[in-house]
Design a protein around this ligand. Sequence first.
Ligand SMILES: Cc1cc2nc3c(=O)[nH]c(=O)nc-3n(C[C@H](O)[C@H](O)[C@H](O)COP(=O)(O)O)c2cc1C
Length: 364
Amino acid sequence: MIDLFPIAGRILRSFDPETAHTLTVLSLATGFGPVDRELDDPILKTRVWGLDFANPVGLAAGFDKNAEVVDPMLRMGFGFVEAGSVTPRPQPGNPKPRLFRLTGQGAVINRMGFNNGGLEQFARRFEDRRGNPDRAPGIAGANLGKNKDTAEAADDYVLGVRRLAPFADYLVVNVSSPNTPGLRALQGREPLRTLLGRVLDARAACNLAKAPPLLLKIAPDLTDEDKADIAAVALDSGIDGLVVSNTTIARPDSIPERFRGEAGGLSGKPLFGPSTQVLREMYGLTGGKLPIVGVGGIASGDDAYAKIRAGASLVQLYSALVYGGPALVRSIKRDLAARLKADGFTSVADAVGTGAVGTELTKR
Ligand SMILES: Cc1cc2nc3c(=O)[nH]c(=O)nc-3n(C[C@H](O)[C@H](O)[C@H](O)COP(=O)(O)O)c2cc1C
């Protein structure tokens, strides 16, 4: 893979962040994406929920909201791609500007507000991909959201499950974006129990020979009681896993004054510590019984390794791509494989949760 990012990235960063993102997706969708031709180290191969991942490094939700570039991102070297969040009806999202680069901090603030082209178009892309023998190998998940003006949130998630369960390799119920009013309240014990019951019923009603695993994506901004409740309801309900975590509404001291007042979710390096802490806690609270996708601030192989040792079976990233470009995917995979071997592990699964309790992970 020739790394054009030092040039292309500089050009892209001369645009405002949202235009840069639109141009990136457009160029990927029209075939200008870099391809990682290096075979993944076999130590990275991992099986979760009966799905085979060539490597455990995934693209987090929000990059490909409309499922336009699943294959190009898999070809870039990701083991899996999570498209969405998708809502049943198309919606424009919040007024612009709504996306901010915090270059010095390796961070991003966004208040996009689930801008997307709606479920029908999204599902058709998943359906077409399934029928395409030339699709890129790899796992494609769909992340479900709700429309801003839907009163009964569970109705929207049920629509998403019904339409996508036959075509997505896994599904994520996202109740943790900070940019949809009331959304995060769905993480409370009773609302969550009701919601998960309804989406699991919807999945069962699809009568599929192989139903996709259903995961819950949570916020990093939770009280101890919230976390205990989520763990109990998740285990009780019979969902298949967790994604930990979404962006944070916190503004650590490292965030410059001019960005502190921007509403929205903070992601990237400042999120690494808090999201890894929540991951470690959720792994403990669920007794390692639910596979967890660790996401938040991963920018290196060491970061990915720390998430795995804290309890992640798989990892994802988004913000670091803005600063590191596509070559980062390869370097994370290489460094992760090296770290696993150096510590005597023979697989990713072997390392999951081995640094979980009471261990101080990478401090930033
Ligand atoms: C611009 C932007 C848009 C996002 N949109 C979504 C989304 O639609 N659904 C979702 O579940 N997460 C969304 N996220 C959150 C990411 O999936 C991820 O959880 C978070 O950014 C932390 O990972 P990172 O530090 O590697 O970026 C978005 C993040 C960013 C930066």
